[in-house]
Design a protein around this ligand. Structure first.
Ligand code: SF4
Length: 323
């Protein structure tokens, strides 16, 4: 690949690539973190770990991976389960659509691909819930393909090393550079190592440059930062988040409480979802229920009590999906 084809790789000109790789991998050999999910190259088990870790802290992700894979040790077992069982197993991990997408991916592998996971980034990315990062993480760890998995932590490390500023690179440039940097002999350790450096040393605020194995290659550490670049983390909030600290006013909170109720119900039982829940009225609950139905998180039935002669507005009933 030439610099013209992938603009990011011209950033590597002048970089001691062999030295950079050696420094990263030597550090990982002695200082890399040990987690139960790092001992496997089974693409299903790797996909479970990467899905779990997308939005769950790694300290919770490890035990959660052990529990989840004990209950669903293979793609076949996950595909055969009811979505209700999968959602119950996912309890406490949040972002429940990840669980539904994980099961959809397992069903595609089992029912359409003969039980064989795609062996390349493009094929992996066609599975539900698998984006560019997850596809590359699975490809590099399970199949040892030399592709660069770029998450927030890796973006920060490579951005600081190559330009002094994570915001100084476009996503395309960064991906091209990440793909070129991967150690072709040990892409699995490379992926783990960059994640560890990003989360434990190259912290968003006050990175630990004196302890960093790539400090000698790093433009940020050399003080080569664009003017005006702050070392403060960027916190992105949306209007849907509501006021700071007011999590109970969010749709996410409401969806979590609805799922709590459905998880607590007996298998296959429909339950009423009465209003209010917290400060959310019936209209807000109905909107969330419909959105959750579209996401595959529940089955929904609306009983028109007015038509049935009862007073009050329609009363939604729901249950966890059973098929
Ligand atoms: S030297 Fe500092 S800024 Fe550069 S990658 Fe290491 S921790 Fe991050």
């Amino acid at each position: 690949m030439t610099a013209a084809e992938a603009p990011g790789i011209d950033l590597l000109i002048g970089l001691d690539l062999a030295g950079f790789r050696q420094a990263v991998l030597a550090w990982f050999d002695s200082r890399g973190r040990v987690f139960p999910f790092r001992g496997t190259t089974d693409p299903y088990l790797v996909l479970v770990s990467e899905t779990l870790l997308q939005q769950t802290q790694i300290s919770r992700g490890g035990p959660a991976w052990v529990r989840f894979t004990a209950q669903f040790p293979t793609a076949e077992s996950l595909a055969a389960a009811t979505p209700a069982a999968v959602l119950r197993a996912w309890q406490g991990l949040g972002y429940n659509r990840r669980a539904i997408n994980l099961q959809r991916a397992a069903r595609i592998v089992v029912e359409e691909l003969g039980g064989i996971f795609p062996r390349d980034v493009e094929g992996l990315q066609r599975l539900p819930g698998v984006g560019p990062y997850t596809a590359r993480a699975v490809a590099s760890i399970a199949y040892r393909l030399p592709v660069g998995a770029v998450d927030t932590n890796v973006r920060r490390v490579l951005g600081r090393v190559l330009t002094g500023d994570p915001a100084g690179l476009s996503a395309r440039e960064l991906q091209a550079a990440a793909d070129e940097l991967v150690d072709p002999e040990e892409p699995d350790d490379w992926t783990h190592a960059l994640m560890d450096i990003g989360s434990t040393i190259c912290r968003p605020v006050r990175p630990l440059c004196p302890d960093c194995p790539v400090a000698m290659f790093c433009r940020y550490a050399a003080g080569d930062r664009p003017t005006g670049v702050s070392s403060r983390p960027v916190t992105r909030r949306t209007r849907r988040d509501g006021p700071a600290g007011d999590f109970t006013s969010t749709t996410r909170w409401l969806r979590g409480r609805i799922l709590d109720r459905l998880r607590a119900a007996p298998d296959e039982a429909w339950i009423n979802v009465p209003a209010p829940i917290g400060e959310h009225d019936l209209a807000a609950i109905a909107r969330s229920l419909r959105a959750m139905e579209r996401d595959g998180l529940l089955e929904l039935e609306v009983l028109d009590q007015v038509t049935a002669g009862a007073a009050g507005p329609p009363s939604p009933r729901a249950r966890l999906p059973i098929a």
